[in-house]
Design a protein around this ligand. Structure first.
Ligand code: BGC
Length: 483
């Protein structure tokens, strides 16, 4: 029943791959927007504070500054919830187009803001755009990709996120000294424009087309994505059977109709939350503070940039391995490595000498600092080849077509709430003790390993239409064995 990556004739696989890669790269622009909005504010913050006369030492101003930073996450949360529904009504492609349009409005508005509240409003608009594309992007790629390359293709979306973070950080750093923060926001609009133009040139998702009764157009798309006419016909028949079975399915009706969807939803929501609880954004949002705390203040920028770059590079490991090794081994091994690295940071932080101590202690401190730093790098690498790409992949592939987009919307919005809390709470935690923060994240990663071990089926190479059968039969255990 499974279609293994290697079972396709080479020329079919390569024809289909070329087309799917083009689709994934276009939808990936939404991922670059995602990363860009996380990264852009870090360096722009100082210029924004200066322009609007805000002072972090004044508690009222501090609240406004924090709201400027986090309002984008609120927008993304709302955007993800709305996008779940929108993907059904106007389609995955048009939801992406609207995501791009909102992002342009948000970026231009931020660039032209004349006051803090105006900026907050436009940061919400940026977030709405990112929220839309964070649901519609992975979903669209997963539905277009052939089963044997779906893992790698959705992982390209994560790769795009990491590129966005890196890009925004570099741009912000180059522009900040010239007080050009408005330009770094304005440039974000280019990404939104690229997403709109690229999406308009792409076909709609074949799954969505069949749901709307446009089988002939769906077949045309499938011929290109599957790489051969027989494979396209077979896939079309499988989609039609599912669409017929699920006719009239609504989210709540489907939820009440059996155990399978509930298990899938628990898995998706759990993974979405645990991805954030892994602490990855605590590292990205507060890397400079963490690096100073371990005594490497002079290297703050270079090391933060290196962390973002390693995040990009390590994602290629997942792109390469996910359809070969499978989702479960990669997710479990990567999360375990991240946990070990975080425990190392936690233990090493207790050896950090008092900064006011003598020179001998200080040299011991640099040794401990180096150990902590290496462990932080390892934890980013481990995330990049496991929880980063795999959470988006699993969320977008485990649900039945009739309620897929609504469920992806719910799970993605949980990811954004988690992101918001990490952004709010980490700084306090890091200031109390960086070690404590890492112990807590390591604890969550242990929960992830147990959660995945017991609940997540192996979906490598399986047609989207067949994945829900895992949950229908004996729950996740069946999938685990047949993977
Ligand atoms: C997460 C983001 C995170 C990024 C880091 C994504 O998968 O959802 O919150 O900032 O990975 O690469």
């Amino acid at each position: 029943m499974t279609t293994e990556p290697n079972s396709k004739p080479k020329e079919v696989a390569s024809r289909s791959a070329q087309y799917t890669v083009a689709v994934a790269l276009v939808a990936g622009l939404g991922g670059v927007m995602f990363g860009y909005d996380i990264g852009v504010i870090a360096d722009a913050k100082v210029g924004v504070e200066k322009a609007f006369g805000l002072d972090e030492k004044n508690s009222g101003d501090l609240t406004i500054i924090q709201t400027i930073v986090s309002s984008v996450l609120i927008g993304s949360f709302i955007g993800a919830l709305v996008a779940g529904r929108l993907c059904d009504h106007i389609g995955r492609r048009w939801t992406n187009v609207w995501g791009g349009a909102l992002f342009i409005v948000g970026c231009m508005g931020c660039a032209l803001s004349t006051g803090a509240w105006m900026m907050i409003g436009f940061r919400v608009a940026m977030g709405l755009g990112v929220g839309f594309s964070s649901v519609a992007g992975p979903l669209y790629i997963a539905e277009i990709a052939a089963p044997w390359s779906r893992g790698a293709m959705v992982s390209l979306y994560q790769l795009a996120i990491t590129i966005g973070i890196f890009l925004a950080m570099l741009l912000g750093y180059w522009l900040a000294p010239y007080d050009l923060w408005r330009l770094s926001f304005g440039l974000g609009a280019v990404l939104g424009g690229g997403l709109i133009l690229g999406m308009l040139a792409m076909p709609p998702s074949p799954r969505w087309l069949v749901g709307k009764g446009r089988d002939a157009i769906a077949l045309g798309v499938l011929k290109r994505t599957m790489g051969s006419i027989p494979a396209a016909n077979e896939e079309l028949e499988a989609i039609k059977v599912k669409v017929e079975e699920e006719k009239g399915a609504s989210f709540f009706k489907a939820l009440g109709s059996g155990r399978a969807l509930k298990v899938a939803l628990v898995l998706a929501i759990g993974l979405a939350f645990l991805q954030q609880a892994s602490g990855i954004n605590a590292i990205f949002y507060y890397a400079p503070e963490i690096i100073s705390n371990i005594g490497l203040n002079d290297w703050k920028f270079q090391l933060t940039a290196a962390l973002s770059l390693i995040n990009v590079l390590a994602t290629f490991i997942a792109v390469f391995l996910v359809d070969r090794l499978g989702r479960r081994p990669l997710l479990i091994a990567g999360t375990a490595l991240m946990m070990v690295a975080q425990i190392t940071v936690g233990v090493a932080s207790t050896w950090l000498p008092d900064p006011t101590g003598d020179a001998a202690a200080a040299s011991g401190g640099s040794m401990v600092g180096a150990i902590m730093l290496i462990a932080i790098f390892v934890s980013v690498i481990a995330f990049a080849c496991s929880l980063g790409p795999l959470v988006w992949l699993v969320i977008s592939e485990i649900f039945p077509a009739g309620v897929r987009s609504a469920c992806v919307g719910v799970a993605t919005s949980v990811n954004w709430i988690g992101n918001f809390f990490i952004a709010q709470e980490t700084l306090t935690l890091v200031q109390i003790s960086p070690g404590l923060a890492f112990w807590i994240f390591a604890g969550f990663n242990l929960v992830t390993i147990i959660f995945v071990w017991f609940l997540m089926p192996e979906t490598k190479g399986v047609e989207l239409e067949k994945i829900e059968d895992f949950f229908k039969r004996q729950g996740a255990w069946a999938g685990r064995r047949s993977g």
